[in-house]
Design a protein around this ligand. Structure first.
Ligand code: NAP
Length: 299
């Protein structure tokens, strides 16, 4: 049953800047509707200087919680009452859970990344993975893969300083040493790809509108036993995923991670509905995909 807005309607939101192009309001409200929860989820464009005031507003208005996106994921940490372990380890908060009088920072990005792998029966334990990119998303990916006991990680990044920084963080914070990077000027070669069962694209290369670009050389051949995971969610099939699918590899598009991390936020806010939320996961992902990519709307 869909609720109209009334005096009981609760508020949830997204804090970021910019937020105008975010897909989150679409799928979060779709999920709230399917769950018959009398809440609405709105996108709030919050300047960094106003972040503290936005949190005071969240408290004062009795909001149940909010998700957090760029550029606030790190800056919000000292402004919250408590940070849960995993968000602390990753060094980024993407979900605020108001528990009584406290604003608790959590991270659901890593859960959103891992669930699509688990849903396909793909075990990370003991594998080697190649991660393209070393930004914020790559950090959540590295955390997830290390937590799931991967055997080795290879990073590839444009700027070697960022790759070195991520490696130092992994060694220091996660105690994971089996991590190296492709040095400056080196290419992602066939031999490197062949050594990995999982390849994750955590760069925007191939994202709309530059959909002709690919983060690996076109000559790279993937294999059916490999899983290629592109964090990009627009377009539905990037050039990288098309290349991988044509070779029989399993492919995952970033929309699944995006929606799933949002569903984990909903599960944090409405723990009694957790089972129902995840029973609707695939329906919410496919409805979101259909609404975004089959209807004529600006991308
Ligand atoms: P970020 O912190 O800005 O990092 C971007 C990374 O991509 C950096 O490693 C950067 O390399 C690299 N990069 C950027 N432009 C490049 C180019 N033209 N060629 C080669 N490398 C390039 O961004 P982020 O938050 O990690 O996001 C990365 C991607 O993941 C984006 O496409 C984003 O939409 C996607 N994402 C998806 C989800 C999801 O839920 N599906 C969640 C988060 C992010 P340098 O270090 O050399 O600059």
């Amino acid at each position: 049953m869909s609720h109209g807005i009334d005096a009981h309607t609760g508020l949830l939101g997204l804090l970021g800047e910019p937020v105008e192009h975010s897909f989150s309001p679409l799928f979060m409200n779709l999920a709230l509707e399917k769950l018959s929860l009398n809440y609405r989820y709105l996108a709030f464009s919050v300047r960094p200087a106003d972040l503290n005031a936005a949190l005071a507003g969240l408290r004062a208005l009795g909001m149940r919680g909010a998700t957090v996106t760029i550029p606030h994921k790190q800056a919000i940490i000292p402004l919250l009452d408590r940070i849960e372990g995993e968000a602390r380890s990753i060094g980024a908060v993407n979900c605020i859970d108001r528990r009584g009088g406290e604003l608790v920072g959590t991270n659901t990005d890593h859960l959103g990344f891992l669930k699509p792998l688990a849903d396909r029966g793909f075990s990370v334990e003991g594998i080697r993975a190649l991660v393209l990119g070393c930004g914020g998303a790559a950090r959540a990916v590295v955390f997830s893969l290390v937590r799931e006991k991967c055997a080795g990680l290879l990073l590839a990044n444009r700027r070697p300083d960022r790759a070195r920084e991520l490696i130092a963080w992994s060694q220091r914070e996660l105690g994971f040493q089996e991590i190296s990077y492709i040095g400056p000027g080196e290419k992602v070669t066939q031999a490197l790809v062949d050594r990995c069962s999982l390849v994750v694209n955590a760069t925007p290369v191939g994202m709309f509108p530059r959909t002709g670009n690919c983060p690996v050389p076109n000559a790279v051949v993937f294999h059916p036993h490999q899983l290629i995971y592109d964090l990009i969610y627009n377009p539905v099939e990037t050039r990288l995923l098309a290349l991988a699918r044509s070779r029989g590899s399993t492919v995952i598009n970033g929309l699944e991670m995006l929606v799933t991390q949002g569903l984990y936020a909903l599960a944090a806010w409405f723990p009694q509905r957790k089972e129902r939320i995840f029973s609707l996961q695939h329906a919410i992902i496919s409805d979101t995909r259909r609404r975004l990519f089959s209807e004529k709307r600006p991308e």
